[in-house]
Design a protein around this ligand. Sequence first.
Ligand SMILES: NC(=O)c1ccc[n+]([C@@H]2O[C@H](COP(=O)([O-])OP(=O)(O)OC[C@H]3O[C@@H](n4cnc5c(N)ncnc54)[C@H](OP(=O)(O)O)[C@@H]3O)[C@@H](O)[C@H]2O)c1
Length: 295
Amino acid sequence: MILITGATGRIGRRVVERLVEADQPLRVLVRDEEKAKHLLPAGIDVFAGNLADYGLVQSAVDGTQSVMLLSPVDPKQVELQGNVVNAAMATSHPYIVKISGLDTAADSYVDCGRWHAETEQQIQSSGLRHTFLRPLFFMQNLAFLLDSARSKGIIRAGVGDSKIAMVDADDIAEVTTKLLMDKNMLMDQEVTLTTAESVTYHQVASVFTQVLARKVRYEQQSLEEVRQALLTSNQPEWHINILLQFNRAFLEGKGDAANTAVEDILGRPATTLLQYLQREVEQSGGDQSSNPFPS
Ligand SMILES: NC(=O)c1ccc[n+]([C@@H]2O[C@H](COP(=O)([O-])OP(=O)(O)OC[C@H]3O[C@@H](n4cnc5c(N)ncnc54)[C@H](OP(=O)(O)O)[C@@H]3O)[C@@H](O)[C@H]2O)c1
């Protein structure tokens, strides 16, 4: 039995679809049962509630052999994810695939990098079998720029000329699915997930130019301009701070860490930026709910 947390999110719902296709016994922990019914394939065992509810988490984890551990960036992340780790220790000791992120390190100035590191440390100390997947930047973050690229021929960001190793959320989901079905593959390892090549936003603008068949250029913003734009966006201060920390980390080159892990694991090349943006343009014209920065 496999448990998926964050099952209605960008990675989670893609993992659920793949596990259902592979006919795997599956349960999900979701906050909103109606949303889950709408987004996920029928016939899945649903535990409805919050990761903050330890009793619920314990019943969801009990009897599982593998768990995907994901929750969004949140000041309570360590406590919420800690509930899953404690429940795993108290019940069936499942193998855990945890989705971490950029600059996962105990001394990181990126708040959620430290939070991810704290949970990774908790899992390691617990002796639970695990794999930590560390994507740096989802290509899906770029969907937010599609409108401006299309209508004005401009994309804006505060990451200067830095190179960023992006990755398609679909590739992350495929890797996660594979691991959940074969815990021995990367047991007790941490893996940074990226495409094979890092790109600058100038290169991102060129790919937008190619897929939209109109000239698109990159306009660099200072961190102060980014901050001012975020202040008008109704986001809480802690989140704005994290978004600025991401920008700083990219400017300092922490996103320039391309590798071949996706290809090594999946046996096919990682989705390229061109392939992702072509798909995005064909499918939806852009995910308007996305943020301009990774979260
Ligand atoms: N975006 C990036 O570029 C990037 C890069 C590297 C790493 N990451 C990491 O990826 C993770 C986010 O992945 P994602 O984009 O797939 O997430 P997402 O789309 O934001 O989905 C979050 C999921 O968690 C659920 N959730 C939120 N709070 C919950 C709670 N208290 N109890 C139970 N479920 C809860 C949400 O449910 P609802 O549907 O009810 O809201 C949703 O299913 C974060 O850990 C982040 O650090 C992101």
